[in-house]
Design a protein around this ligand. Structure first.
Ligand SMILES: [Zn+2]
Length: 284
């Protein structure tokens, strides 16, 4: 009798857990956003849960790779380009036979327009093909492991001499460019510290055709997020190095096109520049 009861309870247990796991598998996938309105130069946090496979995600005609999180959901930090037109858009997610679309709004960040009339000397200093291609490729790194967890720290502390997103018009033409980072004015030789853990993707040298960027470091923080440091005086890391938060990667300088010692610090999502201070203000 005892043996029968034991068998029966095992059978009951199997049936129940079977039912439960079926129920979990039947959970409908869902797309959630941190908010449905963002300013230019910011980003949406898009999360999809309840799918068995990696979902596809689109915003403004662009496909974004989603990355698996510890809780089993998939996430993408979707950048809103600084020059994207304010108005109505949508974020669309798809997996198997499920799809979901959420309408979103992009609002102007009202950054001022800087009118630039280049002199002949500066005009002749154009980024070389080498620096352009290597920087672009480094900033588009997509690696699946999330290397950062906390809020970012500033790579060096000092006066912010130019904010992110200031729009630029050259020779009276419509706005075609903008400041893709923040400038911190500090003396030459000030240590530059990695604001978060990551892996060094690129070290570029002025002596090796980095004429505009000057001595450059790019760090990959994982899951589509990279950061860049320009005009460095010296570089103390090499490509492939793993760096911790607060680890020195070089010193502030004025190499490349620069009017004086300062650090240009930029952060990128999927190769698109977003305001680096967002990562200092909040944890993502
Ligand atoms: Zn700058």
């Amino acid at each position: 009798m005892k043996e029968m009861l034991k068998r029966f309870s095992i059978l009951l247990f199997c049936l129940l857990t079977g039912v439960l796991s079926e129920a979990v598998a039947d959970t409908k996938p869902s797309l959630t956003l941190d908010t449905v309105s963002k300013k230019q130069g910011e980003f949406f946090t898009a999360t999809v849960s309840g799918t068995r496979f990696i979902p596809d995600l689109w915003f403004n005609g662009e496909h974004f790779t989603m990355f698996r999180q510890k809780d089993g959901s998939y996430r993408a930090l979707v950048p809103v380009e600084n020059l994207s037109k304010p108005g109505s858009y949508a974020i669309l997610a798809k997996a198997d036979d499920w799809k979901e679309k959420i309408p979103v709004t992009v609002v102007s960040n009202n950054r001022p327009v800087q009118k630039i009339w280049l002199d002949r000397k500066t005009n002749s200093l154009k980024a070389t093909k080498e620096e352009k291609e290597q920087v672009k490729q480094g900033l588009r790194t997509l690696s699946s492991e999330k290397l950062w967890s906390e809020r970012f720290s500033y790579p060096c502390s000092g006066r912010k001499s130019s904010p992110f997103g200031v729009k630029r018009s050259y020779k009276g033409a419509p706005v075609s460019s903008y400041h893709k980072g923040i400038d911190i004015a500090v003396p030459r030789g000030t240590p530059v510290k990695s604001p978060a853990p990551g892996k060094v993707m690129l070290t570029g040298y002025e002596s090796n055709r980095f004429h505009v960027h000057g001595n450059t470091v790019i760090i990959d923080h994982g899951q589509g997020l990279t950061s860049i440091y320009l005009h460095l005086h010296s570089i103390s890391v090499k490509e492939g190095d793993v760096v911790n938060k607060g680890e020195t990667i070089g010193t502030v300088g004025s190499t490349g096109i620069s009017t004086g010692p300062h650090l240009h610090w930029g952060t990128y999502l999927y190769g698109t520049s977003v305001d680096p201070e967002l990562f200092v203000e909040s944890e993502y």
